[in-house]
Design a protein around this ligand. Structure first.
Ligand code: ADP
Ligand code: MG
Length: 335
């Protein structure tokens, strides 16, 4: 039996799973490249720390930002780098790989990622659809006839899907996800205080004191930015309530996407969803008060997956560890 590897190629984070071992890599999907030579300078966490701080000669890319593969060459370099890091290609026993990409990725982009993965020296590559992997990894049973709803809020996209009998019955997606929430915080601080804060600072505010429900108050946090009038550094004490105000419009769009999906769901499956609830995955599921707000607005119970950032990767892992069992959810290409 050859080695099996799973890759969750997320817009914000890439995770890798190795058969028999579990999750062996968690890294931001970021690549820093030297602009003249296109040489890779850093990948993952180190590259993420360079965003917004690089000198002119270095560009820190997020090649999958927005849920589409913006730069194929850089995506390919990133996959190669991660596979080398876990030493996947360097074995006599070449691994078979299962990859999960953002749901909105086109057929051409999918083939491109398959090619890049094959080029890294693996034996075969299969693709798995994101909502299916997220559902399996969140502990939902997808092969039965019961309908389940999975809401995966990542960095670049929010995917809402109803799955049943191992397939996707209805799905809707929006670009309103983690990155858009960060942008909303940046915009709010600029409009209210005339202060420009960085993307990293906005993300910290969202994670530490972010709340979208009035009953969830998470205090305040002091951050730094630049006053746009004076051009000088500025200190701001931001409250949880302000973050709620900043995010409210975007969060409404996420709720709309969930409601649209519910409206398009066949009645038999809606009944299941009303009975068994909505499952949330992806980093955005951890946003303060969001599960509660979604539950109030839809009238449906909401559960957050045990480790939402890992759901997709764990789902691929489940497929890897159960030979043949859930095999029908894949499409495969061999070298
Ligand atoms: P992707 O699958 O697109 O790579 P992830 O599922 O890894 O995305 O989620 C990344 C997103 O989740 C980022 O936008 C990040 O800011 C957000 N996130 C992570 N932790 C939290 C948290 N505690 N609260 C709110 N958002 C969070
Ligand atoms: Mg994801």
């Amino acid at each position: 039996m050859g080695k099996k590897i799973g890759i969750d190629l997320g817009t914000a984070n890439t995770l890798m799973y190795m058969g028999g071992k579990g999750i062996i890599l968690r890294a931001p999907s970021v690549v820093a490249v030297e602009s003249h030579s296109r040489k890779v300078v850093a990948v993952g966490g180190e590259a993420k720390r360079m965003i917004g701080k690089t000198p002119g000669s270095i560009i820190a890319y997020r090649p999958l930002k927005g849920g589409v593969i913006a730069d194929f060459e850089v995506t390919s370099m990133m996959i190669h780098h991660f596979l080398r890091k876990i030493d996947a290609g360097g074995f006599f026993n070449r691994p078979s790989v299962i990859v999960c990409m953002p749901y909105g990725v086109t057929e051409v982009e999918k083939r491109a990622v398959e090619d890049a993965t094959l080029e890294a020296g693996v034996k075969s590559v299969s693709l798995i659809e994101e909502p299916i992997a997220a559902a399996i990894g969140s502990g939902l049973r997808v092969s039965g006839s019961r309908g389940s709803m999975i809401v995966d809020i990542g960095g670049g996209t929010t995917e809402v899907a109803v799955v049943s009998l191992g397939g996707i019955v209805v799905s809707h997606s929006t670009k309103v996800a983690g990155d858009e929430l960060d942008n909303a915080i940046i915009q709010y601080m600029r409009e209210k205080y005339n202060v420009l804060i960085g993307e990293g600072t906005a993300e910290i505010l969202k994670k530490r004191i972010g709340s979208v429900h009035p009953s969830v108050n998470r205090g305040a946090l002091k951050v730094y930015g630049r006053n746009l009038r004076s051009g000088l550094g500025a200190e701001l004490t931001v409250t949880s309530g302000e973050i709620r105000e900043a995010l409210s419009e975007r969060v409404e769009q996420i709720i709309e996407t969930i409601k649209d999906t519910l409206e398009d769901t066949p009645p038999e499956l809606s009944a299941d969803i009303y009975d068994f609830g909505i499952m949330m995955a992806g980093g955005g599921a951890m946003l303060g008060g969001l599960p509660l707000l979604i539950s109030e607005r839809t009238g449906i119970r909401v559960t957050v997956a045990k480790s939402p950032l890992e759901s997709v990767c764990l789902g691929i892992g489940r497929v890897i560890e159960s030979p043949g069992g859930i095999g029908s959810v894949l499409r495969q290409r061999t070298r």
